[in-house]
Design a protein around this ligand. Structure first.
Ligand code: HEM
Length: 501
């Protein structure tokens, strides 16, 4: 994603780089500095390993490096240390057990330029999305999933659009308490932008922060023009969401009154006036962040699930048999069935593992020098846990490319000795995803409802045979299955009636 630079810009870039490096090396000192850095590909002067880092599917290259150099790899990236944790052991040792040292985030200047700081307000996110509170959202999740079933029934061709819509609509309803397709579209657009800024190094300005002072008209400063445009969109989304809730509350709308935004506004109105402005800004941010972090991640999981069940019809049939046994023929699955559905729970786990949504997690950063297995982890290092490699470790998950819910089961129950993939899929330590309980509920009720009502098959190819879609995931900080066709049919006419009831 690196952009071409005009010659003059290059001169500025190099000059700044040299100054930054001099400053950095001049400052270094700690009792651990005599230790060697972890092994890794040999860096070049100044640019380090910038040329070794691939533009696409980094997790595959990093997994190769881990095989070659060990499960902790060091690369130099324009003066910064990038540490790649290639297996569960160092990831848990460092990001979980030494969480107090490893839970910072690298400063991403492009994100600051666009006015998006998703690290803020973790406390507030936790307050609304903790394991106890997410029960309050279950009825809204069920209502939106039933709408999804109807949409799939009436317009199966556009299943991807319906998957995107169900998650967008659920989050908008939980957060803002409104049904607003324009808000969903706007948020979807902003999300695309934010994901582009997620990985350190996607923009030069992350590596050379002084570039943020370059004016937008300067040759090569296209990132500034992008940032200006994107910032406008992000701001508009926040303002629009809040305004929609306020409007609905003024009309005494009961759904709006139950929303997170309504609750935040209520609490703000009880504060002293001096605190109200700051808290209002937090409220706007929390709502926007929950949408922006929550929607696409779940959409990717739902799409991977579709891909899995098209490719593995036997898993689909086992799931249906279990659902019929437990739920019976007269109603749709409910959250209260969950305890009695080990196979569906195993499908949830396997979907999180099979194609991880965030294959390299979200970068952490260290706040001090540290030692691990005799190696120095310098202060300010960017730490990336290769979640894809951890979830595809053949020792933990034999035949990892296969979608196999059975790997989580023993004697018809969930087997606690198999590592729960949510540990890596949702990240690590203090930074672990605060939306994980909400996401897990959403994924469960969507999977159970679809498996109960539909058969999903590969399309028929030109040769008249089923054309089973390939497993092809997109590259990027969030990974999605490349779009594929499938046939979606209700299990029976009785089911069609149930869906529309
Ligand atoms: C299947 C769905 C999801 C997956 C796989 C997922 C995954 C992740 C991962 C890997 C991280 C980085 C954790 C780390 O740094 O170690 C993260 C962070 C985050 N997630 Fe999720 N997530 C999902 C759904 C959600 C939902 C539904 C929400 C909100 C309602 C949400 C909100 C957040 C936020 C706010 C952060 C940043 C936390 C921080 O920086 O402290 N996520 N997520």
């Amino acid at each position: 994603m690196f952009m071409p630079f005009a010659t003059l810009t290059w001169v500025l870039v190099w000059a700044g780089l040299v100054l930054a490096l001099l400053f950095r090396y001049g400052r270094r000192s700690s009792a651990l500095r005599h230790l060697p850095l972890p092994p890794g590909p040999r860096p070049l002067p100044l640019i380090g390993n910038a040329l070794d880092i691939p533009i696409a599917y980094q997790w595959l290259t990093y997994a190769e490096w881990s095989k070659k150099y060990g499960d902790i790899v060091h690369v130099k990236f324009f003066g910064k240390s990038l540490i790649i944790l290639g297996s569960s052991k160092p990831a848990f040792d460092l990001l979980e057990r030494r969480s107090s040292l490893y839970s910072d985030r690298p400063i991403l200047h492009m994100q600051l330029l666009i006015g998006f700081d998703w690290c803020l307000h973790r406390r507030m996110m936790h307050q609304y999305f903790n394991s106890g509170n997410v029960d309050n959202f279950k009825s809204m999740q069920v209502a939106e999933v039933h709408q999804l079933l109807r949409n799939l029934h009436d317009d199966p061709q556009n299943y991807l659009r319906h998957l995107r819509h169900v998650m967008g609509a659920t989050i908008i309803r939980v957060i803002y308490g409104v049904k607003d397709d324009e808000l969903i579209t706007m948020n979807q657009r902003v999300m695309k932008v934010v994901t582009q800024t997620l990985n350190p190094g996607s923009f030069w300005v992350d590596i050379m922060p002084f570039l943020k002072h370059i004016p937008a008209w300067f040759p090569g400063a296209g990132f500034q023009r992008k940032a200006r445009e994107w910032k406008k969109d992000i701001l508009a989304t926040r303002v629009m969401g809040l305004a929609a809730t306020k409007r609905a509350i003024s009309q005494h709308d009961s759904i709006a009154l139950q929303s997170i935004t309504a609750d935040m506004l209520e609490r703000i109105s009880n504060l002293e006036p001096a605190l109200q402005d700051e808290e209002s800004e937090i409220a706007e941010n929390v709502a926007a962040i929950a949408y922006l972090t929550g929607a696409d991640t779940v959409i990717s999981t739902l799409s991977s699930f579709f891909l899995a069940i098209v490719r593995y019809p036997e898993a689909q049939e086992k799931a249906y048999t279990e659902l019929m046994d437990v739920v019976g023929p007269h109603r749709l699955p409910e959250f209260s069935d969950r305890e009695s559905l080990p196979y569906i729970n195993a499908v949830v786990k396997e979907s999180l593992r099979w194609q991880p949504v965030v294959p390299l997690g979200v970068a952490h950063a260290t706040i001090a020098d540290d030692e691990y297995n005799g190696y120095l982890i310098p202060k300010g290092s960017i730490i990336m846990a290769n979640s894809w490699a951890i979830l595809h470790d053949p020792e933990q998950y034999p035949d990892p490319e296969k979608f196999c819910p059975e790997r989580f089961l023993k004697d018809g129950r969930l087997d606690p000795s198999i590592r729960d993939p949510s540990n890596a899929a949702f990240g690590f330590g203090r930074r672990i995803c605060p939306g994980r309980y909400f996401a897990d509920n959403m994924v469960f009720i969507t999977f159970a409802s679809i498996l109960y009502t539909y058969i999903i098959r590969p399309p028929i190819g030109l040769d008249g045979k089923p054309a089973v879609p390939e497993v092809k995931m997109t590259s990027g900080s969030l990974s999605f299955p490349a779009p594929f066709g499938c046939i979606i049919e209700p299990r029976s006419s009785r089911i069609s009636a149930l869906i529309h009831n």
